[in-house]
Design a protein around this ligand. Structure first.
Ligand code: 0A1
Ligand code: ZN
Length: 881
């Protein structure tokens, strides 16, 4: 474990390294406890660097067995080796020399899952961001691009499959039962993209012919026996390859493309060149074991990693401050892919819900940082919703501002100009400036300035003058270490909506630049005056969520109701209804806090009923509209003095009011949606299941609700319906006979299937109420649980701490105490996973005072523990600051 040195890395300290490594040859003799790694590095002094410059290589927990230069072993006095660094104070004067290093590592005891480790007897690697230095000493930084040749040797019976990056060039078998394979990757790449896999795995084969007619051999490798669960992933891969050719003109560049699914993985997946490694959760699926959400995630993540081949691998990042250069852009590309494969409108709503659920709280709390940070102590902690999701929104805004054609021209120029380079955000913005002739300096603040901008908007209509005026004011709240903010360029898509939803025209506009339905906000205040407006419009703002901002609109509830039924922009229409629901929930929260029973107007329940039954709308859209803002969403909107029990009470009361008011129509719809045909994971079928399952959620609140959910559970023919019914039973009818039977039945049915049992852990970790902490503790003793496996930890402990508001934030503080203990326990093995878990308390300051104090105690308990890892110390100290 890397303990904290307290060192802060700063963007302004970037400097090219004195040495380059144009060629890297690696030789692995695999063995679980003592793997020998021989690295032969061609080292080159950069032009202009003094021959006296020492060569300093990164390491992390390494044991050096030998070092030689140009074939001559170095004497101990000629180098300085610690587990974390190798220094050669006086390298040869020649501009280029060969450095040979021999290290020994123990994959089987690597529980941090960084570097070379074992997952269910399979050797695999994870090198992003700084895992390569756990394999050999190297210039482990993304601007060191090297051409790799990799030889792997292992006993054939233990590891019949030997994979690395690039193309296979040679293989052979020895008489003693060992064998080897050699791989060569002709594309220079940074060390974080290196990968190796060795073990016994089953293969699903495929092929793809590129636009220019090259044949690519595709392979997906999974645990033997699970091959039939990789079919959907293979199909998603082929669709991704085709889409990248059509949408971005990007072809694949090697002869093979392999994906390996492993069961112990810190994140979702990794884009190693030609050898993507995946968390098996994002590969394996069939209707019996995976939900529609799982299918959609698999499609998106397969695409994301594949798209990195161009945005990340062919063009990589100069340094880790530029992480969003590959991540924000690649998320944008996978969002567009999914929108094209599925429903664009539904996809956009889902994206915005995710952004608000994960990025907004980050941006509004102690861990806020710019999309391109300027400082970090531990880079692992910057794989965040801000870098990924807000980073994607920034790319989307560039497209909104420039229009689709100019945006595409900019992307083409980016690929042409920077192929084979390690680039920066400045390089990225420059291509768009060059193709458009625009100055993007103010826009660039989206990369540099943290915090969610807010627009306050009020409107007025002057019938006599036929003038409609918008008063718009922008502000960006202060964030840690950035108290003063500069004014941003916010592209605000809008529409003026008249009777029946028809657009209202205007003749002239003054006060801001308005282009293609977008108001360009650049100043603190704009008075935007539209003339020639013949009737009073309702104004639809931030259509399509054109900017990742919050809006404070002084608008009548009647206008919101009108837009919720009539806005032609489907996102804005969903938003209008969601805003109505949120406002009502906040009012209900205050009533509950004041000891009152919340009351609701019938209008809202009626509108919910109309949306549910509106055949003109896609079922998936209707399902999204009917799913109430989450407890965390409501808490975020309230902002301060959060009492999660009162929020829960308010939300349940509204759900019941909607269910009671629509009982008959919901029942009829529910019955009509019963699906008897064969299962298909396509978006339209998934949408019907989503609508039917949200209706079940409402109906389960009414008398006989438990019986209905039990029937739904027992008659389910796929995991989407089964898991939805189990959630309803466990969450709404906890302790009932039906819930207990269903939980036991599920456990018995899927015993031995770890990924499915994760759903069982997750559902139970989410049961509302303070008693759940004891259940979670008990489940940690379940034979299927393992604190060493990230998926298990996330399902049980992650769900409890980040998705169970009334359980985790129980007023007695038990949830927090459990959390502190468990984070420290996880950290002993896996600091990265522990640090991520610890972010669950990032919004502790918005809690009411009693809980706030208890949450702080838990954070202090973590902070005061000895020998904290750099990962965890960084998170807790920033959270407490
Ligand atoms: N680049 C990967 C994400 C990733 C980052 C770090 C990892 O290990 C610490 C693993 C994966 C992606 O964006 O998919
Ligand atoms: Zn990525």
């Amino acid at each position: 474990m890397r303990t904290d040195t307290g060192h802060v890395f700063k963007l302004e300290d970037y400097r090219p390294s004195d040495y380059l490594i144009p060629k890297t040859s690696l030789d692995f003799r695999l063995s679980p406890d003592a793997t020998r790694v021989t690295a032969l590095l061609t080292v080159e002094r950069r032009g202009g660097v003094a021959t006296s410059a020492p060569l300093v290589l990164d390491g992390d927990g390494l044991t050096l067995l030998g070092v030689a230069i140009d074939g001559h072993a170095l004497a101990p006095a000629d180098y300085l080796a610690t587990p974390d660094q190798l220094t050669i104070p006086k390298p040869p004067a020649a501009p280029r020399f060969e450095l040979r290093l021999e290290t020994e590592i123990a994959p089987s005891s690597n529980e941090a899952l960084m570097g070379l480790y074992r997952s269910s007897n399979v050797y695999c690697t994870q090198c992003e961001a700084e895992g390569f230095r756990r394999i050999t000493y190297f210039l482990d930084r993304p601007d060191i691009l090297s051409v790799y040749t990799v030889r792997i040797e292992a006993p054939h019976n233990e590891a019949p499959l030997l994979l690395s990056n690039g193309n296979p060039v040679e293989s052979g078998v020895f008489a003693d039962g060992r064998h080897f394979a050699v791989w060569h990757d002709p594309f220079p790449k940074p060390s974080y993209l290196f990968a190796l896999v060795a073990g016994a795995l089953g293969k699903v084969a495929g092929s793809f012919t590129t636009l220019s007619g090259r044949e690519v051999e595709l392979g997906i490798f999974v645990e033997p026996g699970k091959e039939r669960l990789a079919g959907y992933a293979m199909d998603a891969l082929k669709r991704s390859m085709k889409w990248d050719e059509e949408a971005f003109g990007r072809e694949y560049d090697l002869d093979v493309f392999n994906i390996v699914a492993v069961s112990d993985f810190n994140m979702g997946a990794m884009e190693n060149k030609g050898l993507n490694i995946f968390n098996d959760k994002y590969v394996l699926a069939d209707e019996e074991t995976a939900t529609d959400a799982d299918f959609a995630n698999i499609e998106a993540i397969i695409a994301h990693e594949y798209f990195h081949n161009w945005t990340g691998n062919r063009i990589t990042c100069r340094d880790w401050f530029q992480l969003c250069l590959k991540e924000g852009l690649t998320v944008y590309r996978d969002h567009e892919f999914s929108a094209d494969q599925r429903s664009r409108a539904v996809k956009r709503i889902a994206e915005v819900r995710t952004l608000r659920a994960h990025q907004f709280p980050e941006d509004q709390g102690p861990l806020a940082h710019p999309v391109r940070p300027r400082r970090y102590r531990e880079i692992n902690n910057f794989y965040t919703a801000t870098v990924y999701e807000k980073g994607s929104e920034v790319v989307r805004m560039i497209r909104t501002i420039l229009g689709p054609e100019v945006f595409r021209a900019g992307m083409d120029l980016y690929f042409e100009r920077h192929d084979g380079e390690a680039a920066t955000i400045e390089d990225f913005l420059k291509v768009f400036e060059d193709v458009s002739g625009r100055d993007l300096a103010q826009f660039a603040l989206w990369y540099h300035q943290a915090g969610t901008p807010n627009l306050t908007v009020s409107s007025s209509y002057n019938a006599a003058a036929k003038a409609f005026t918008l008063e718009i004011e922008q502000s960006v709240p202060p964030t840690p270490s950035e108290s003063r903010k500069r004014l941003m360029h916010i592209p605000l898509a809008f529409g003026l909506v008249g009777a029946g939803g028809k657009p209202i025209a205007w003749t002239t506009v003054e006060g801001a630049t308005v282009e293609d339905g977008v108001i360009h906000i650049r100043k603190r205040r704009h008075t935007v005056r539209f003339s020639g407006v013949s009737e009073r419009p309702s104004v639809s703002l931030n259509r399509g969520f054109s900017a990742p901002i919050t809006l404070s609109v002084q608008q009548k509830a009647d206008d919101q109701l009108f837009l919720a039924s009539h806005d032609s922009d489907s996102f804005a229409r969903w938003q209008a209804f969601n805003t109505l629901l949120t406002d009502v929930l906040i009012a209900a929260f205050r009533q509950v806090l004041g000891g009152k029973q919340p009351a609701f107007t019938v209008k809202l329940a009626e509108l919910a009923g109309r949306i549910a039954g509106d055949e003109a709308l896609e079922p998936a859209y209707r399902a999204l509209a009917l799913s109430l803002p989450s407890e965390a969403d409501i808490a975020r909107e309230i902002g301060k003095g959060i009492d999660p029990d009162a929020i829960f009470g308010a939300r349940e009361a509204l759900a019941l009011a909607i269910a009671a008011a629509n009982r008959e129509s919901f029942e009829a719809l529910y019955l009509g949606l019963a699906d008897n045909g064969p299962f298909t994971p396509d978006a339209a079928s998934a949408g019907r299941r989503a609508l039917r399952n949200i209706l079940l959620d409402y109906l389960s609140l009414l008398p006989e609700g438990a019986a209905l959910a039990a029937t739904h559970f027992h008659s389910a023919t796929n995991m989407t319906d089964r898991a939805a019914a189990l959630t309803v039973l466990a969450h709404r009818h906890a302790g009932s006979r039906q819930a207990q039977e269903a939980l036991a039945g599920f456990e018995a049915r899927y015993r031995g299937d770890a990924l499915v049992l994760d759903k069982w852990f997750l559902i139970q970790a989410g049961v509302p109420g303070p008693q759940t902490v004891d259940k979670v503790r008990a489940l940690m003793q379940h034979p299927a649980f393992s604190i060493a496996n990230p998926n298990r930890v996330r399902s049980l402990i992650g769900t409890f701490s980040s998705a169970n508001q009334t359980g985790f934030h129980g007023a007695d503080g038990q949830g927090y105490r459990f959390f502190a203990e468990t984070v420290l326990e996880v950290e002993k093995r896996n600091p990265q996973v522990a640090a991520r878990l610890a972010t669950a308390l990032r919004s502790w300051r918005s809690l009411e005072p009693v809980r706030q104090d208890k949450a702080r105690q838990a954070l202090l308990q973590i902070a005061n523990a000895e020998n904290l890892s750099a990962d965890l110390r960084d998170i807790v100290e920033r959270t407490l600051a």
